[in-house]
Design a protein around this ligand. Structure first.
Ligand code: NAP
Length: 301
């Protein structure tokens, strides 16, 4: 039994186009309508053939949907929802894939006060953007976190859970505030650190650009992959999850000072104890199937 028959995807970039491809692969009879603000993205989506229909306006896209998923940057969610509010069927479920949940829930509720809104976050992605970057197996074996408001109908939560499970994801239900705190430390802070390190190296006088690139295998290279992530998406994530990110950044700064002290005063034991603890975390991530055990992330040399 299919959880939905008519899906609308708004925002046809990496995540939106991956949802379309995954639905095509796993639930081929579901009718998929897409919309994107960018005419070039709409044109490309038509050429890729991953939607049944691509509309010029958000309103036309949602008209007969039973599930609408917003796949635009988190700062654009409220404005997009306002665009289609008048055309949304009363029984449609509205969801999203935004990387922060509290601010998105508030933005959607403000413009869709009577709609059934079940926010979601598939914890899956790459540093690429746009409709060509998507792929059907992106969500396979990854977590998708649903953050339903307290009054959300159980049956709607269940339908969305089945939808994401059909795309290969493991589904978890969480409070939006808790989600934002957890993701601040597991995703948002690491991105901020990567953006900082790559920026610092780029600013260094006395180290030429060619040296930064030439010797990048020394750890720097893995940061550059994260720091290549979409600038608009990440600008919005930091501004939308401000409180949790600032809280985690404060803790991080304190821990960094402790390390700084340990280095200054030759406290090798302290350094080694921390590094042993962090190595175990890496081991657990691999054991739980969240990354590859191949050396150097399986890169071919
Ligand atoms: P993306 O590849 O840049 O795609 C976003 C698309 O939305 C772009 O085509 C963009 O058009 C379009 N758009 C922007 N504003 C719009 C509007 N007002 N109306 C209609 N379309 C609009 O970004 P993405 O990586 O798929 O990210 C989409 C969402 O997924 C974000 O909320 C992000 O937080 C979340 N997410 C991302 C990842 C990840 O790793 N990338 C993982 C999980 C969740 P333009 O070309 O005009 O910008």
């Amino acid at each position: 039994m299919l959880p939905f028959a008519r899906l609308t995807i708004i925002g046809l970039g990496l995540i939106g186009s991956s949802v379309a491809r995954a639905v095509r692969a796993q639930m081929p009879v579901v009718r998929i309508t897409g919309h994107d603000a960018d005419p070039a993205v709409r044109e490309r989506t038509v050429a890729l053939g991953i939607c049944d229909d691509v509309t010029d306006t958000a309103g036309a896209a949602v008209m007969d949907a039973d599930l609408v998923i917003l796949c635009v940057p988190v700062g654009a969610m409220g404005a997009v929802a306002a665009e289609f509010a008048a055309d949304l069927p009363a029984d449609a479920i509205v969801s999203d894939v935004g990387s922060c949940k509290q601010s998105v829930a508030e933005a959607l509720l403000a413009v869709l006060p009577d709609a059934i809104i079940i926010p979601a976050h598939p914890v899956a992605g790459t540093e690429k953007s746009g409709p060509d970057a998507g792929f059907a197996t992106l969500f396979k074996g990854r977590w998708c976190i649903l953050t339903p408001p307290e009054n959300a109908p159980e049956v709607a939560i269940e339908r969305l859970r089945i939808f994401w499970q059909r795309l290969g994801a493991d589904v978890e239900i969480m409070d939006a505030r808790h989600h934002d705190m957890v993701l601040a430390v597991t995703s948002h802070l690491p991105h901020l650190i990567a953006y900082t390190i790559v920026g610092t190296a780029d600013d260094l006088e006395g180290v030429t650009q060619s040296e930064v690139i030439k010797y990048s295998a020394g750890g720097f290279r893995d940061f550059t992959r994260i720091a290549a992530s979409d600038p608009v998406m990440w600008r919005d994530v930091f501004l939308s999850n401000k409180d949790a990110v600032l809280e985690m950044l404060q803790r991080f700064s304190e821990d960094l000072s402790v390390l700084q002290r340990a280095i200054r005063y030759d406290k090798g034991d302290e350094l080694e104890a921390l590094f042993a603890r962090t190595r175990n975390i890496r081991r657990s991530i691999v054991e739980q199937g969240q990354d590859d055990d191949a050396p150097d992330f399986g890169r071919k040399h």
